[in-house]
Design a protein around this ligand. Structure first.
Ligand SMILES: C[S@@+](CC[C@H](N)C(=O)[O-])C[C@H]1O[C@@H](n2cnc3c(N)ncnc32)[C@H](O)[C@@H]1O
Length: 449
């Protein structure tokens, strides 16, 4: 059942007259959410265990993937999120005793997912944190220490000089941590270092001059942040202790479990590298068209963690589903898909903005490739649960869920089992019934048996 979407000028708006099905915290997995239902999940805790170790745009609230995993898979099944972002599905799948596979093209996303799902013994961590903090203190007081400040575009606009030196101190202390040999029987040393890299990454945006209210990393003349000398190191230490506490909680859950199997292989959503028919359930949320530019959002973290290598930001950007980095020659003419739900939309957008029309076309073309890849790796009878928002592009409503439904059933061969609308989920905030709300559609697709 397809629901009406308002013609308002803002995107992702769904106006509803009936009360949604409301869930406070967990959704009982024995419950079948009716086709066409509106639901509202009032999340009990979006940051429990390691879910909150790093900000990430358009994160899942844990209750949704948890419900889908429990509803559509069994213990020991294999769950894949091919656009795993910060790894919400991946952690939830491991906690539900499933084998969990996370793929993402974004190196920051992969690192967050890895750290979030790699339990570390708190006793070991505590000792290393003590030596790291001592080292940081030593470097900060030393007049002999002259760090090598990384070179990247507009560096001195993004960061003040004292912030650059403090970030260098943190980075150098992490990278030169003396390896503690007795941890090898329990952990990989690189896992421990990654834990600290994420603590550093989590404060980079905060200590930069970038506007804190904008998802994209942008400088605004009017935004002047107060970042005094010493603040960067203090913020890092606060983040580190919070992250260590989260890890302690994860370790205690992990220690009580028998199986914990997480992998984050190299690959992309359209070319996962996984074996045919090897996955029981796929749960994901693709990027919104035209909404979050992930490489740009993570550019400062990527510079500091050395993730950009020799590639320019625009080369990296073109590889993402939903990319806005397109060439003029590509959109001089209208590109059409042959889909009834998409082509009128492409034509309408093209009249006003050929570039945006092509970006929209590319998004659905790449999603079709992704759906085919998921069809290949899923076992017969397996489900593909996709959470997708609608967009308003140049005033034209792009009903992504309807378009994806057509692509997945007509072109790729999935059965559309049910669709429901999940309204904006807020942490213990009740939203008035008639208020217009953000939200996304959940499509439950099934690979024929
Ligand atoms: C909406 S986010 C996922 C958020 C995730 N559900 C969470 O809870 O954090 C979409 C993700 O798709 C990823 N992505 C975009 N293009 C991709 C591709 N070609 N292959 C794999 N991941 C891709 C982005 O890097 C981003 O992390």
């Amino acid at each position: 059942m397809v629901r009406p979407i308002s013609n308002d000028t803002s995107s992702d708006i769904h106006q509803e007259n009936d009360a949604p099905l409301e869930f406070i915290g967990d959704i009982d997995s024995s419950l079948e959410i009716p086709d066409g239902a509106d639901i509202l999940i009032v999340s009990k805790d979006q940051s429990y265990l390691t879910h909150g170790i790093h900000k990430f745009p358009a994160k899942f609230f844990p209750e949704l993937p948890r419900y889908l995993i429990q509803r559509y898979s069994e213990v020991n099944d294999t769950i894949l999120d091919p656009m795993c972002g910060s790894g919400t599905t991946i952690l939830e799948a491991a906690l539900c005793r499933r084998k969990s596979i996370g793929i993402d093209i974004d190196s920051i996303a992969r690192l967050i997912t890895h750290v979030k799902t790699t339990p570390i013994d708190p006793a070991i961590l505590e000792n290393i944190i003590t030596s790291l903090t001592q080292q940081i203190q030593k470097y900060s007081l030393s007049s002999e220490y002259h760090p090598e400040i990384p070179v990247f575009n507009y560096r001195d606009n993004w960061f003040r000089p004292h912030v650059l030196s403090e970030l260098c101190i943190i980075r150098d202390c992490i990278e030169s941590l003396p390896e503690v040999h007795d941890v090898y029987s329990v952990h990989e040393w690189s896992d421990i270092r990654d834990f600290f890299r994420i603590a550093m990454s989590s404060i980079i945006r905060d200590v930069s001059n970038a506007d804190p209210h904008c998802t994209r990393t942008v400088l605004r003349k009017k935004v002047i942040k107060k970042i005094d000398p010493g603040d960067t190191i203090s913020k890092f230490l606060v983040a580190l202790f919070e992250q260590a506490k989260a890890m302690k909680d994860l370790w205690s859950v992990y220690s009580s479990m028998k199986n914990w199997e997480v992998s984050i292989p190299e690959g992309t959503a359209t070319n996962t590298g996984l074996t045919d028919a090897s996955v029981d359930l796929v749960v994901t949320s693709p990027p919104y068209i035209n909404a979050v530019d992930y490489p740009r959002t993570h550019q400062l973290e990527m510079y500091w963690l050395g993730f950009l290598g020799d590639e320019s930001l625009s080369t990296v950007k073109r590889k993402y589903i939903g990319t806005e980095t397109v060439y003029k020659r590509e959109y001089s003419e209208l590109s059409v898909s042959g889909l009834d739900s998409l082509d009128p939309v492409l034509k309408e957008i093209f009249k006003q903005d050929p570039r945006r029309s092509f970006i929209t076309y590319m998004f659905f073309r790449d999603m079709e490739t992704q759906l085919r890849e998921t069809m290949r790796v899923l076992k017969p009878g397996g489900r593909y649960c996709i959470a997708i928002g609608s967009n308003l592009i140049r005033g034209v409503q792009v009903k992504s869920h309807e378009i994806l439904s057509e692509i997945s059933t007509v072109n790729v061969g999935f059965e559309l089992e049910r669709t429901f609308f999940s309204k904006l989920i807020r942490h213990f905030i009740r939203i008035p019934r008639k208020e217009r709300m953000l939200g996304e559609w959940i499509l439950i697709l099934k690979k024929p048996s």
